[in-house]
Design a protein around this ligand. Structure first.
Ligand code: NAD
Length: 355
């Protein structure tokens, strides 16, 4: 029997449990042997829950002491770069959560480290592994859409800053654009065939977030104003791609909107579509406009979503399948995010260079 891959986890917070669920599904191929967090209580509870033998509060020490084939980086965003580079240099292949980094300069360093070490660096664009994305990809690959020239990437929460580090720019790098926007912008770019971005124009606001402190109706709303809120609460942007595609973006933690929305819309020469949450296509048949819905549900199911991503990572590490969310794709997204934030500061359209 082939030797099992030895896995380490850096950051044992919320999302690391989803990674763990994925690794546990592959227990015949991988074993999670070490975990690291600066929060010793959380770390101990995590290792106890999953029976992980080695615990570390310093990821460099973990990489020095352990021989790891794979590492999941699940820390807050400000640590992604250093943890990823330490893991790569320690000989491991890395699955780093989205967003890849705080900005494109950090992302470029991470990509260079993967190239130098010859290790795989996959980025946690989990929406690429969703059943809704798979359905749309089938329609797109079959030519149903024709040429896709416009898209909308929308992720709006009425009152949904998760609090803690998510509202602290020094640890998150930004607000809903870098946290939520990355998911839907990447999904559009993935479905549109990974076109190269050339410019972006955007605006950010922080009108509602701090004022809502303590007033939120959701469990994750800012508690009593104790958490920082130094990020934007809303971003709007327009991204232009080399192939002529334009993508309109809206992302919020706080917005006076009726209901929370997370969807994408694609508009092609032959058909359009919306995921909200079922995939629906808008096209023509026999000279009539028709709206087409797949017979089986295509609404995003979280059941199996992260398992698909982890299986994809392990398959790529073992050379069974190509990596489906590369460091290059992570860098492209960070260039887009940087350009939108810069445009919001300057009030001007920003060219995206160096890709
Ligand atoms: N793919 C998705 O849908 C999705 C969903 C949620 C979060 N995320 C991403 O996952 C990452 C973590 O988010 P979360 O919700 O799990 O946050 P979290 O706060 O629950 O967990 C982050 C953990 O990182 C630890 N940490 C911080 N610095 C560290 C260091 N130097 N060494 C080791 N551990 C360190 C913290 O102590 C904390 O336990 C973020 O990048 C976030 O954007 C992705």
């Amino acid at each position: 029997m082939a030797k099992k891959l030895r896995v380490g986890i850096i950051g044992t917070g919320n999302i690391s449990h989803c990674h763990m669920a994925g690794y546990r599904k592959l227990s015949d191929r991988v074993e999670v042997v070490a975990a690291c967090d600066i929060d010793e209580i959380k770390l101990a509870a995590y290792c106890k829950q999953y029976g992980i033998p080695a615990q570390y509060t310093d990821f460099r020490e973990m990489m020095k002491n352990e021989e790891l084939d794979c590492v999941s980086v699940c820390t807050w965003n400000a640590v992604h770069k250093d943890a990823t580079i330490a893991a790569l240099r320690g000989g491991a292949n890395v699955l780093c959560e989205k967003p890849m980094a705080m900005n494109a300069a950090e992302a470029a360093e991470m990509k260079a480290a993967a190239e130098e070490t010859g290790r795989l660096l996959q980025i946690g664009f989990v929406r690429r592994f969703g059943n809704d994305a798979a359905a749309l990809k089938d329609f797109i690959d079959a030519g149903v859409f024709g040429d896709i020239y416009y898209a909308k990437a929308t992720y709006l929460r009425r009152d949904g800053c998760p609090g803690g580090w998510f509202g602290d720019k020094s640890r998150s790098g930004g607000g809903p654009l870098i946290d939520l926007g990355v998911h839907v912008i990447d999904l559009v770019r993935y479905l549109a065939g990974l076109p190269k971005p050339v410019s972006a124009f955007g605006a950010t606001y922080n009108n509602l977030g701090p004022n809502r402190a303590g007033g939120g109706q959701k469990a994750w709303a800012i508690a009593g104003g104790q958490d920082p809120y130094t990020v934007e609460d809303f971003t709007t942007a327009l991204i232009r791609f080399e192939n002529g595609l334009t993508v309109s973006v809206e992302a919020s933690f706080n917005l006076n909107v009726k209901k929370d929305v997370g969807n994408i819309e694609l508009f092609g020469t032959q058909a359009g579509c919306r995921i909200d949450p079922e995939v629906e296509l808008y096209t023509q048949m026999a000279g009539r406009f028709v709206n087409v819905s797949p017979a089986a549900s295509t609404a995003l199911s979280f059941n199996g979503l992260f398992e698909n991503e982890i299986r994809g990572f392990v398959d790529a590490v073992e050379g069974i399948a190509p990596c489906r969310a590369t460091a290059e794709d992570g860098l492209v997204l960070m260039k887009i995010i940087d350009a939108i934030y810069e445009s919001a500061e300057t009030g001007k359209s920003v060219e995206i260079r160096g890709l």
